[in-house]
Design a protein around this ligand. Structure first.
Ligand SMILES: [Zn+2]
Length: 102
């Protein structure tokens, strides 16, 4: 049951956002329910990530890593290596030749 939490959370957020966008609240006068749906969805997701992940930093646990560029991958060209300053999580990103960005 535990790993269904993200699905439920995302569903609630999506449902609430979709109903607000389609302006269903004007018909049913239940606008606040959609915001509650989104808020509950976010709480479920955050709770799930805080419980299941092991990073010490709370922001890292919910996916907000503080990445810094530490080098290039030896195996694949144009692949950048980033490491999180807080928890040490490493990710590799293939950089497209045309892109600007960071
Ligand atoms: Zn991190």
């Amino acid at each position: 049951m535990k790993n269904k939490a993200p699905l439920i959370g995302y569903s609630l957020i999506f449902l609430g956002a979709a109903l607000i966008i389609t302006d269903a609240g004007a018909l049913f006068n239940m606008y606040y329910l959609y915001y509650i749906s989104i808020i509950v969805g976010i709480i479920i997701l955050l709770t799930y990530y805080l419980i299941t992940r092991s990073e010490k930093n709370l922001l890292c646990r919910i996916g907000f890593h503080k990445f810094e560029h530490i080098g290039w991958d030896d195996e694949v060209s144009f692949r950048l290596i980033y490491r999180c300053r807080r928890c040490g999580y490493v990710k590799r990103v293939i950089r497209s030749s045309g892109g600007g960005g960071m």
